[in-house]
Design a protein around this ligand. Structure first.
Ligand SMILES: *Cc1c(COP(=O)(O)O)cnc(C)c1O
Length: 404
């Protein structure tokens, strides 16, 4: 095994509980496990989150939902059968999978709803719960409040095969404190909830927001901002409130200006990416290292070779042209700076100052001492893209991570 991901069940569960504490009574936290649980392995994370108490899981599409449903059916120690929300649209061919695996799709067009109703009839299945997405300002998914929404609601109200179980929206700028766009989105969502009630429809769930929405309300313990608003509009609709958390479950969050950032000790990274040293060599002052010789040894150095590179998710922007500018791995609890270009499947790190490094030793590429936020800063992106980009085998470990 060249490299692997250690996924801490303890930390995942603790992060889920920490988010639940901020969301507070009356707001459920949906655990987003899309994109293979943000690179952490959905089939290991979904059962762990259910054991931690998750009532809802969120996935991208029907295929992901079916894989997770199967993993949950085979998992031990579950107390509940979670509902699985398919969040990012569907095609006609997905309807059969959704109905067969009792997934809960988000719909926003009459076309999608018709595909599902036809499939419920064809399979002779019980009425299918659907959630309706309202476009309040993302212009990505969702039905626009007003005429478009009213005509869809009128049609839905006449269906026996589908049951409106949830109404939801998504914020475009949840990580911006007091964003005027979020305020406008909230107003449009309230209008939509009014139109749902006017159509004579009741919904069991009202949900909005993401990790940053929770973070943004964390300074006041969930009693201000979008969470307080969500609690109120859900209660006005006679529904339960829910917020959908992804990245924060895995221990990261975009910084929110002016808010008490959800961070350690509340949230801790769940993923530790490890590899073993596959070579050690000495170089002399003046020797160059790696492709294009962007690094030249300034003194006699000892280098360790790691069997991972950009094909595995170690971003090429972490290449080091001097002893301080690039990324690093942790070896024996100390920083080993990347020297030279990160190659496709190989990376060289400086272990001159770390005594006794030998072939077979473990190196931490992501985890305690080197976070996805560090990688994101060096690669000019966000932690989301870093963790999703991992290509190594996930293994669930019970306790903490980062230990040797
Ligand atoms: C991915 C996603 C989320 C979770 O977002 P995070 O920022 O990772 O918490 C919430 N809602 C929807 C609709 C999503 O697609």
């Amino acid at each position: 095994m060249k490299s692997w991901l250690e996924i801490s069940e303890e930390r995942l569960a603790a992060n889920f509980r920490a988010l639940g504490r901020v969301a507070g009574d009356g707001i459920a936290v949906l655990a987003v496990v899309k994109a293979d649980a943000y690179g952490h392995g959905a089939t290991v994370c979904a059962p762990a989150l259910v054991r931690a108490g998750a009532e809802w899981l969120g996935v991208t599409d029907a295929a992901e939902g079916a894989v997770i449903r199967a993993a949950l059916d085979g998992a031990a120690g579950q107390v509940t059968i979670p509902k699985i929300l398919v969040m990012s649209g569907m095609l006609e061919e997905d309807a059969a999978t959704i109905v067969r695996h009792r997934l809960t799709p988000i719909v926003w067009t009459r076309q999608e709803a018709e595909w599902l109703a036809v499939e419920v009839r064809r399979q002779g299945a019980a009425p299918l719960d659907v959630h309706l997405e309202i476009d309040t300002g993302m212009a990505r998914q969702g039905v626009v409040p007003g005429d478009e929404l009213r005509s869809l609601l009128e049609w839905l109200a006449a269906q026996r095969e589908l049951r409106l179980d949830g109404v939801m929206t998504h914020f475009a700028s949840a990580e911006v404190a007091d964003s005027p766009l979020t305020l406008r989105q909230r107003e449009r969502f309230e209008q939509a909830l009014g139109e749902v009630a006017d159509a004579g429809l009741r919904t069991a769930w009202v949900h909005a927001g993401n990790s940053s929405t929770i973070d943004n309300s964390s300074a006041c313990g969930g009693d201000c901002g979008s969470l307080a608003w969500l609690r109120e509009v859900a209660s006005r609709s006679g529904a339960r409130a829910m917020v959908r958390a992804g990245l924060a479950l895995y221990g990261y969050c975009l910084p929110v200006e002016g808010a008490k950032a959800l961070a350690e000790p509340d949230l801790r990274p769940v993923m530790t990416w490890k590899a073993r040293v596959i070579g050690v060599r000495e170089v002399a002052a003046g020797d160059t290292v790696g492709y294009n010789a962007i690094f030249t040894a300034t003194h006699p150095m000892r280098l360790a070779l790691l069997p991972v590179g950009y094909a595995d998710g170690l971003r090429r922007e972490l290449s080091g042209s001097d002893a301080a500018s690039g990324g690093w791995a942790m070896i024996g609890g100390r920083r080993a700076m990347i020297v030279g270009r990160v190659s496709m499947n190989l990376t060289i790190v400086d272990v001159t100052e770390i005594s006794g490094v030998a072939v077979g030793d473990e190196a931490v590429l992501l985890g305690d001492g080197v976070t996805a936020a560090d990688h994101a800063r060096l690669a000019h992106t966000i932690a989301y893209e870093i963790v999703c980009g991992m290509r190594a085998e996930p293994r669930l470990v019970a306790a903490g991570v980062g230990s040797r």
